[in-house]
Design a binder for this molecule. Sequence first.
Ligand SMILES: [Zn+2]
Length: 380
Amino acid sequence: MTSTDDSPGADDTGRVIREPVSAPLADGREILFYSAGDEPPVPGVDHRDLPAAPRDSPTRIRRDPQTRDWVMIAPTRQERTYKPPRKMCPLCPDPTGRSSEVPAEDYDVVVFENRFPSLSTAHAGTGFTLPEPVDELLVEAPGYGRCEVVCFTSDHDGAFSRLSPERARMMVDVWSQRTDDLLSRDGVEEVFCFENRGEEIGVTLTHPHGQIYAYPFRTHRTTTMTEAAREHRSRTGTDLFETILATEVADGRRVLRRTEYTTAFVPFAARWPAEVHIYPNRHVRRLAELTDAEADDLALTYLDVLRAYDDLYGKPLPYIASWHQYRPDADEGHLHAELFSIRRSADKLKYLAGSESGRDAFVTDKTPEDVAADLRKVLR
Ligand SMILES: [Zn+2]
């Protein structure tokens, strides 16, 4: 078990990002405990009889020769825990260390390696590099990387939208710490913090939680956005994301909330129901670069949007909340969150049909301006 004292973030923001206490799970995976107070967290011992986590990555990645997108092939995920009864919830704290992933009396925030990962750490520290596909058509590599589960409350019936502002702000720090830790590891190209909420989205555990993927490759969406930003810069000499933000603010019709530090808006060409993007006003690449005031305000705005989601149809809205962060040395990119739902009305879900699934060409049945007007009505 290791613990380190508070250490300042990598960037000179004056913000202190606290390090977690690390402990081993019964099969060798790592769990990280984060404390909301000044007392260090006290992990318990995991007494479960689990087979050791495999040393070699059980998953593979293959590159689609048509699109150059990487696909993760993870057959062992078929065995993952599916909608367990409440008393067997693997995310509730378990002081006996016999029935849950979190051996502890209680916890504030914990992060642990996914037991059924799409990518795993077997090659950590061994100088893994992604094969450079040049001429080879069929490129395959070990599924190197790391998949983490993030429990932002020990309350089984809680929700991110009902977290206190202090806990939401703590989550900004946890995501910051995880992102920088994972980005510093050999072979990790991109870190993706996200939350899927709602059975409609395919969530298999009801206890509120998020996930983090550390990919060994650049994802399709990041690649596309980076290329668009490069093209924009070479044509106009300006930053694409700063221009988007300034344009949305000047237009105003889709803006939901704008403060000194943060702007939330429905994007001009929203693809999904209730799609909202949240940008810090200052140009930064990732969460660790925010100042304290910016991180506080971003957390509040994020909570406001999630609470508006809950009020939109008078029942919890299934959503995906995804953070876009970029490496410190990335030539393009602006930290932002993209949130969206698959519920398109009080009683209808949006299914990805032929045009969306077959061509990635989205059709929406509501204008982004109307979506923004509806969300503004329920924004507190
Ligand atoms: Zn639970």
